[in-house]
Design a protein around this ligand. Structure first.
Ligand SMILES: C[S@@+](CC[C@H](N)C(=O)[O-])C[C@H]1O[C@@H](n2cnc3c(N)ncnc32)[C@H](O)[C@@H]1O
Length: 262
């Protein structure tokens, strides 16, 4: 198992203790999966699962405390999966240009909301650095101008935008899938679990590209052909059954993609 967060690895170590030395845990980012697998594990990999995003332990449990993943507590605005990473949500809010901030929030917020949020950030940071979740949440509440559950949802969306940017989740997922396909043995299976629209889209597109075919719109005559490296096994991602979401409400948004290496 590979995880960027040493606290997540500690949890995994305890949960998997019964498997003894059949389990190897490595701290690292899954963009480096090919390099890590080759040096630490073995080649000839039969199956690989990329489980993306954050865990409920990180979001709301004790291992996430003090790390700024949630607006339900007032704490430093870090949002880093790897606690040693220098770029934090606070440093991005300080350093990104207005255009870059618009890109970050525009991916997740609805039209009109992103410019309001960005204007509020630019105004606030001219007065004082935005370094705590409490301060960021108050700023968002003022900028979004709603109340109750609707406001909570939009604040969660803005937090998601910052978490994705801080951890470079979208490019990480793409590179992770490409690296995984590299180290799988022919016939080996890759599974990818994603939990929200943007990562669903990256998984679907990256797998589709690795499946080969025309590199441009299909009707474009003469578009270069990509070599097929995988066969996608899930035409539509597998979603949890209602029995599963009853048992585990957090599974509601999950999507499982799978592919076989050719
Ligand atoms: C949904 S959780 C799943 C954790 C574990 N599979 C479990 O079931 O408990 C996703 C995990 O991926 C890790 N993660 C997210 N992006 C990562 C990346 N680019 N490289 C390495 N780990 C990452 C997070 O730290 C988190 O522990």
């Amino acid at each position: 198992g590979i995880d960027a967060d040493p606290h997540a690895l500690e949890i995994a170590q305890t949960r998997l203790a019964d498997f003894g030395d059949r389990v190897k845990l490595v701290r690292g980012r899954y963009e480096r999966v090919a390099e890590i697998v080759e040096s630490v594990f073995f080649d000839n990999v039969a199956a690989l699962l990329i489980d993306t995003d954050v865990s409920m332990d990180q979001l709301l449990g004790p291992v996430g405390r003090g790390r700024g993943f949630t607006h339900s507590r007032d704490e430093p605005l870090l949002m880093t999966l790897d606690p040693d990473q220098e770029t934090t949500a606070a440093s991005l809010l300080r350093d990104l240009s207005e255009g870059e901030l618009l890109e970050v929030f525009g991916q997740v917020l609805r039209g009109g909301e992103a410019p309001k949020v960005v204007r509020a950030i630019v105004r606030e940071r001219a007065e004082e650095p935005i370094e705590r979740t409490g301060q960021f949440t108050r700023l968002l509440a003022r900028a979004l101008g709603r109340s109750g559950p609707a406001l909570k949802k939009r604040i969660s969306a803005a937090y998601l935008a910052m978490r994705l940017a801080t951890n470079r989740d979208l490019t990480a997922l793409r590179s992770g899938i490409e690296g995984a396909v590299e180290v799988l043995r022919p016939g080996g299976v890759l599974a990818v679990l994603t939990y929200q629209g943007l990562t669903h889209r990256v998984a679907r597109r990256t797998l589709r590209e690795l499946e080969g075919g025309s590199a441009g719109p299909a009707r474009l005559i003469g578009a270069p052909q990509r070599e097929a490296r995988i066969e996608v096994l899930t035409r539509r991602p597998v979603r949890p059954s209602s029995a599963e979401t009853e048992r585990n409400a957090a599974a509601r948004s999950a999507a499982l993609f799978a592919a076989r290496k050719l």
